[in-house]
Write a protein that binds this ligand. Structure first.
Ligand SMILES: [Zn+2]
Length: 411
């Protein structure tokens, strides 16, 4: 098979990290599914480098996050969180008297820090947030380490278990406990002046937007489903950044039914022109898989090959690129997407075009049984792309072009 000639690809992997990433309550077990599929194509051994996952220190986490919030998440002495939710009823009852005052305090803190509803406390939370963040930071360092003239290849670093774009400075939100993307961008900024952040997740990348809304060094492009009552509610196309950061936030608030054709149009008419105008030194790409047609959210209608090809085309802009995962609640399809991305980078499209059935060697092959073990099941639904109605997408694209023209590429 052809060896990847012009890129150097690093994939963040070790089995302990996969198990820690598996703990995320909204996606229990997804990391194992992703890494198993990748291994069944023998892609780990084909990577140019394995990036060692590591645990972020408190100092690294507080480069963005609030110190007390992080102490609480890490379960540091004096700010312990109750794990009563994860204990059996009898265990909780037997500890009830001794732990009551702590629990009262804990409940208040948990509410303040957003540790409720879709972000419950879970066993291993501290290690989980350290691992996700430390690994995205390690990926950023993999990109910034390229300073030898002998190493002229484009570097691509991948942490598919990161991409927690909703977390804010002192609050968990939307299945995101800490914002590894913000931490990764801050790490990249130590070396690279200008960063282009692109968020392909179904949901608005509100946490990343807030972190860099005032910056003219981070151009933030998020395309997402946007409607009254649709999580997280932010991401209106009207918001374009604040102060010095004005015009450095581009939101494409989209309707339901987005298909491959519309996504490709956004790539050609918005993302690529913004890249050319801004001239970033590095790119960070959030590859959320919840816009895929069979995601339980049933909002967008993207195919695995369609979304993958847009991801690859963005990597082919040629800058050092950090890829992270994100949403994706049909775990098998998220695994198919991310494995295909890695496959195209390492063995090329000609080889992946021959991918047909999930390899028999996959330890999780039963997860694909309902699709007859097909790699590319019939995915897209016969629904309208409402973005193409009433010239909606035309208007968004035209407005965005005006915004892009205001980006000062000399900053
Ligand atoms: Zn999402």
């Amino acid at each position: 098979m052809p060896k990847n000639q012009h890129r150097r690809v690093g994939y963040a992997y070790n089995p302990t990290y996969t198990r820690l990433a598996d703990l995320l309550p909204s996606n229990v077990g997804r990391a194992t599914l992703v890494d198993d599929l990748i291994q069944s194509y023998d892609l780990i051994t084909r990577c140019d480098d394995i990036i060692s996952p590591c645990l972020a220190s408190k100092d690294q986490l507080t480069a963005y996050h609030d110190s007390k919030f992080i102490s609480y998440l890490l379960n540091e002495e004096g700010v312990t969180y109750s794990d009563s939710d994860s204990k059996s009823e009898s265990e909780s009852h037997s500890n009830a008297e001794s732990s009551l005052p702590h629990e009262d305090v804990d409940r208040r803190l948990q509410k303040r820090y957003g540790l409720e509803f879709d972000c419950p406390v879970f066993d291993g939370l501290g290690k989980y947030v350290q691992a996700i963040s430390g690994t995205t930071i390690a990926c950023a360092r993999y990109l910034t380490a390229r300073n030898s003239s002998k190493d002229a290849k484009q570097r691509v670093a991948i942490n598919f278990h990161g991409g927690r774009h909703h977390a804010s400075k002192a609050k968990c939100s939307g299945f995101c406990y800490v914002n590894d993307i913000v931490l990764g961008i801050l790490e990249l900024r130590k070396t690279f002046e200008k960063i282009l952040y692109i968020d392909l997740d179904l949901h608005h990348g509100d946490g990343v937007e807030t972190a860099f809304a005032h910056s003219n060094k981070v151009l933030n492009i998020s395309l997402h489903r946007h409607d009254v009552g649709f999580f997280p509610g932010s991401g209106s196309s009207k918001f374009c950044g604040k102060g010095r950061g004005q015009n450095y936030t581009i939101n494409l608030g989209l309707r339901s039914g987005l298909n491959d054709t519309s996504l490709r149009r956004i790539l050609g008419d918005v993302i690529h022109p913004a890249f050319k105008r801004f001239q970033p030194d590095a790119v960070v790409l959030q590859c959320g898989a919840d816009g895929l047609a069979r995601d339980p959210s049933k909002e967008w209608n993207l195919s695995i090959r369609g979304l993958c090809s847009v991801i690859i085309d963005i990597i082919d802009f040629g800058k050092p690129t950090l890829l992270v995962g994100g949403g994706g609640y049909n775990h098998a399809d998220a695994a198919r997407l991310w494995c295909l991305v890695l496959g195209e980078l390492l063995v090329g499209r000609e080889a992946t075009e021959r991918w047909d059935m999930i390899p028999e060697g996959s330890r999780r092959i039963q997860e694909y049984a309902s699709d007859g073990y097909a790699y590319f099941p019939d995915e897209v639904r016969t629904i309208d792309d409402l973005n193409t109605k009433d010239n909606f997408l035309d208007r968004i694209v035209e407005n965005t072009k005006l915004r892009i023209a205001k980006i000062d590429h000399t900053t």
